[in-house]
Design a protein around this ligand. Structure first.
Ligand code: SF4
Length: 477
């Protein structure tokens, strides 16, 4: 798998590449369009949706206020049933714990359910470096693993691919006849994964919620692979960030009501797994040994920041990516981080350092993410806060030539806009020059060097009388 791309230069290069990729844009628009339509339907059928969002937000607020005691309660409950709990301060500590555990047990084959924390700590690479075979069992993750790629979306890892891409991939890698029939493609993956599940000595999954009161790990999924990864192998490891803990079992329903509705446009996911420990004497199913790794990796620092801590409410539903105009143009891989989109732009600088410090600037601050977020995280406010914080902390970096040109242009524009008469005159001149190109109030094609603007959108025809001429002077000032 490609290493994480880092730094402003890599980001500019990646966005230039992906913005020009019309095929990628079409695939993203298809997928997110379908998601938003589905989400709209299920939300309309559930009048209590907004009340549930408020309840979920309140619970997150409460949980973060007493995170230390909740985590200790969770640990005590789980350890009482024989589960081993390890607190990892950093990604390296979490990785080392899982790798040495696998070594101690002589593990050769590992099956993994979906886990963003495992992406965050780059666990697969560490296990593979220790000569172990790791197989992703979520279909989207399996597809991107076969392509040696990272997931390009928190919930839909292969959202950047069409079924034709998957058909070609399976034909090449799995040796099946080329077909675009989704059922046949799924059946081919299932047949291979079934044998892998049965042979694996270790299973790894993420955790959606951890209930402190009862010591229960909750895993929501649609494919059943999380259930198989957590029950079939003799050794099971669950990975979670410290923020996943909630106080009571009774709190859970509020999250379940909003998570699938916002994340996948379903009323509820197909499977909601409750995991409370290893197999007990007399039980037939479940792992003989279970470990929970609770990862900090910068989250405590987020918690200590009064603005940034709200990002720890995140349920990783992925909806903010689907509505983000930046994500929809550049796709997930351009971010260079496993966490992409608006929430990725917030957490990546914390988890992966200042090489990702440019990401909070990759936003239009349109506010669509805040509107859709099931726990109403004020993402634009946090992004602005991070911009301010990073501008205080980071010394000027070596901007690439394209960025230098953009900065020079922005400075010129700033000077230009200080002269309203000049702006008005330029507007009138522009309207006159462009008038022959306008049809029904829009200009479909601008001449070079402005033609890039109209490659993907129409430009409203300029008015002879600029907008600010209608505004009283005192309001303008
Ligand atoms: S920030 Fe909100 S919308 Fe975005 S992934 Fe997290 S919970 Fe979902």
């Amino acid at each position: 798998m490609a290493p994480m791309e880092q730094g402003t230069g890599a980001f500019f290069d990646a966005t230039a590449r992906t913005v020009a990729d019309r095929d990628l844009r079409r695939k993203l628009e298809n997928a997110v369009g379908h998601h938003l339509e589905q989400m709209g339907k299920v939300r309309a059928q559930f009048p209590a949706y907004d009340a549930e969002r408020d309840a979920a937000r309140r619970i997150k607020h409460e949980a973060l206020g007493k995170l230390d005691s909740l985590l200790l309660e969770l640990k005590e409950q789980l350890e009482g049933r024989g589960c081993k709990v390890f607190f990892a301060a950093s990604a390296a500590e979490a990785r080392d714990y899982v790798v040495s555990l696998a070594r101690q047990h002589g593990v050769k084959r590992i099956v993994k359910g979906k886990s963003m924390v495992s992406e965050e700590i780059e666990l697969n690479a560490a296990l593979e470096a220790a000569a172990m075979e790791v197989v992703e069992t979520d279909l989207g993750e399996y597809i991107v693993q076969l392509r040696h790629e990272r997931p390009s979306h928190i919930v839909a890892p292969a959202i950047h691919l069409a079924k034709e891409d998957v058909a070609e991939l399976f034909h090449q890698k799995l040796g099946i006849p080329y077909t675009t029939e989704a059922e046949q493609l799924t059946a081919a993956a299932r047949a291979r994964l079934r044998a892998t599940f049965l042979a694996a000595e270790m299973g790894i999954t993420g955790v959606n919620f951890a209930v402190a009161e009862t010591g229960t790990l909750v895993l929501v999924e649609n494919e059943g692979n999380g259930r198989l990864s957590s029950t079939l192998p003799e050794l099971f490891v669950a990975l979670m960030g410290i923020e996943k803990v909630i106080p009571r079992l009774g709190d859970l329903s509020h999250f379940i009501e909003v998570l699938a509705r916002t994340g996948t446009g379903q009323k509820i996911t197909t499977y909601t797994n409750f995991i409370s420990g290893p197999r007990r004497p007399g039980e037939l199913d479940g792992p003989g040994e279970m470990h929970l790794v609770i990862v900090d990796n910068g989250r405590s620092a987020m918690l200590a920041d009064p603005v940034l801590r709200e990002a720890l409410y995140c349920l990783r539903c992925g909806a903010c990516l689907n509505v983000c105009p930046v994500y929809r143009r550049i796709g997930g891989h351009a971010y260079g981080s496993p966490y992409s989109g608006p929430i990725g732009s917030i957490v990546s600088p914390t988890f992966f350092g200042n090489d990702f410090g440019h990401l909070p600037f990759a936003s239009t601050l349109c506010g669509a993410c805040k509107e859709i977020c099931p726990v109403r995280i004020d993402i634009p406010r946090i992004l602005l806060h991070l911009r301010w914080r990073l501008s205080q902390a980071v010394r000027p970096v070596a901007w690439p030539p394209s960025a230098q040109r953009a900065r020079r242009g922005a400075r010129l524009l700033a000077r230009f806009f200080r002269h309203p008469r000049l702006v008005r005159a330029a507007g009138v001149l522009g309207a006159l020059v462009l008038r022959p190109l306008a049809r029904n109030g829009f200009i479909k094609r601008l001449p070079p060097p402005f033609n890039a603007w109209t490659q993907a959108r129409d430009l409203p025809a300029l008015r002879m009388r600029p907008w600010f001429a209608d505004t009283p002077r005192q309001d303008r000032d």
